[in-house]
Design a protein around this ligand. Sequence first.
Ligand SMILES: *[C@@H]1O[C@H](CO)[C@@H](O)[C@H](O)[C@H]1NC(C)=O
Ligand SMILES: *[C@@H]1O[C@H](CO)[C@@H](O)[C@H](O)[C@H]1NC(C)=O
Ligand SMILES: *[C@@H]1O[C@H](CO)[C@@H](O)[C@H](O)[C@H]1NC(C)=O
Ligand SMILES: *[C@@H]1O[C@H](CO)[C@@H](O)[C@H](O)[C@H]1NC(C)=O
Length: 500
Amino acid sequence: MQLGVHGFRLVASTPLSLSLDVFERMRLHRGSSSSNFRRPTILHLLCAACLFAAFLFIIQSSFFAGDQKSHLNRVEVRVLSDFQSSVQQCVANRGLGMMAQIIDHCTLILKFPEGTNSTWYNEQFKIFEPLEYKYDICEAILLWEQYRNMTTVLTREYLDARPDGWLDYAAKRIAQLGAEKCYNRSLCEEHLNLLLPAKPPFRPRQFHTCAVVGNSGDLLKTEFGKEIDSHDAVFRDNEAPVNEKYAKYVGLKRDFRLVVRGAARNMVTILNGSDDEVLIIKSLTHRDFNAMIKSIPNPVYLFQGIVLRRGAKGTGMKSIELALSMCDIVDIYGFTVDPGYTEWTRYFSTPRKGHNPLQGRAYYQLLECLGVIRIHSPMRAERRQDWSDIPNREMINRAHAAALSLKKSQAGQSGGLGQFGSCKVWGNAGSNDGPISGSPDMSPVRKNSNYNKWEVMPFESLRKEARDYYDQMGRVSLYKMDGNKLEDLVCVRHSPKSEA
Ligand SMILES: *[C@@H]1O[C@H](CO)[C@@H](O)[C@H](O)[C@H]1NC(C)=O
Ligand SMILES: *[C@@H]1O[C@H](CO)[C@@H](O)[C@H](O)[C@H]1NC(C)=O
Ligand SMILES: *[C@@H]1O[C@H](CO)[C@@H](O)[C@H](O)[C@H]1NC(C)=O
Ligand SMILES: *[C@@H]1O[C@H](CO)[C@@H](O)[C@H](O)[C@H]1NC(C)=O
C-alpha cells in the first residue's frame, strides 16, 4: 500500500510540473509577442489537453501498477504477519513476563512487565534504561540468517579480494602500526602472518550443535556442565576458566575462545593444557598478542564481521555470530537473561560494571524467537528440552524469503534473490598458495604443534551438510565487508583444484 502511494507520487509529479511549465511558457509568449498571440494559445491549450489526458492515463496505469505491486507484496506481508504472530506467541511463552506488541508486519516492540526495576542509568542520554525496545524483524531475520552462510575469520583471500584490502583494511586490524594505511605491505604482512590463514579454516554447517558459554555468575545456580560438554563444539570467551573446580557448572570441553586484546596477558596460563583450543581475536592484533601467540601452540585467528549498532554489544554477540557461521543449533549458557539482575556478575570473579542489561535481555529473547539461539538459564532450566513454541525452520525460511523479496521490491531492485544476490565484490582464490598460516620466525613450540589442524582438514572429512552447502554455493565463500550492510559481501570463488 505504501508502495502504491509512493509510486503514484513519483509518476504524478512529472506531468504536473510539465503542465505548469507549459503555462509558464504561455505567459512568456504573451509578454514577448502579441502578434502571434492566438495561435500559440490554442496550440498550447491543445497541448495542455493532450497532457491532461496523458496525465489521467498515467495516473490510472500507475494505480494499476501499484495495485499489482501491492498485490504481489500482499503475499509477503501475509507470510511476515503470520511469522510475527508466532514470534509474539513465542515471546509470551518464553519471555518470563516479557510481551511483544506488533506494530506492522516488520515492526515489533518488546516490553518488560510493568514494575521491572530499571536500574541501569545511561550517562549519555541521562535516563534510566527504557522498558520497551523496538525491533525490525525483517531486518533482523535477514541479518542473522545471513550469518549461517558467512565466513567470520579473516583470511588472506579476503584481503586479496577486497578492493584495497591490504592498503586500507589490513591496517585497521593492527594496533600500534602507527599508520592509517598499510603503506608498507610487507610490514603489515609481518604483523598478520601469525594469524592469517590463506583460506577459511572453518565452514558453514561444520557442526550440528554448539554451546556458547558466557561468563555470567548465574552459571553457578545450575549445573549445565555435562549438557554443555555434549555439544559438538563449545565456544567460550576471554578469561573464562575451564577446570575441575567449575566443571559441573560450565563443563570441560574447549574448542573456541573469542578474546579481546586485554585478555592477551592471561592467555598462556588459561590455555595451558589445551593445545587445540582455537583463539579468535575479536578486535585488533598487537605486539603483546603476537608475542603471546609465538609462545603457544594454539591456532589463532582474527574475527571478521560487522559491528552491531543495535542490540547487546560485547563479546557475547560476536560469539553468537561466530558460532552461527559454523553451527546449525546454537545453545547459549551464562548470558544474563533472567529478570532480577541489578548487576553483571561473573562465575569466576567479582561483579563488574556492565552494559545495559534490559536491552541485551530483550534482544536475546528476540533472537530466540527468531530461531537464532536457544537460551539456557536458571529460570528456564526446567523446560530446556521443549522448543516447540519457537518458529520452526520451514517457517523461518519462508519469512526470510518474504523479507528478502519485500526489501528488494521496496528498493526497486529486481532479481538478486539468489545465494549471490548480495555479493558486491568478487574474488578468486589461487589454487596453490597453500592453506598455511604462520611466519618464518615461529617458535619451535608453535612449529611443532598441531596448530594448523583445522586449516588442513580435508574436505572429505567434513560433515555432509557442510560439504553439501559448499557444493550448493559453487565453492564460494562469503564475507561481510563493512558495517551493518546486508548487500556488501565479498565473495571468493575457490577453484576445485584448491580443495584436492
Ligand atoms: C531496584 O534496584 C535498586 C538497586 O539495586 C534497589 O535499591 C531498589 O530497591 C530496587 N527497587 C525495586 C522496586 O525492586
Ligand atoms: C544460504 O545458502 C543457502 C544454500 O546456498 C541458500 O539456500 C540460502 O538462501 C542462503 N541464505 C542466505 C540468508 O543467504
Ligand atoms: C617495509 O617493511 C619491511 C619489514 O619491516 C622493511 O624491511 C622494509 O625496509 C620496509 N620498506 C620500506 C620502504 O619502508
Ligand atoms: C601448565 O600446567 C602444568 C601442570 O598442569 C604446570 O606444571 C606448568 O607449570 C603450567 N605452565 C604454565 C605456563 O602455567
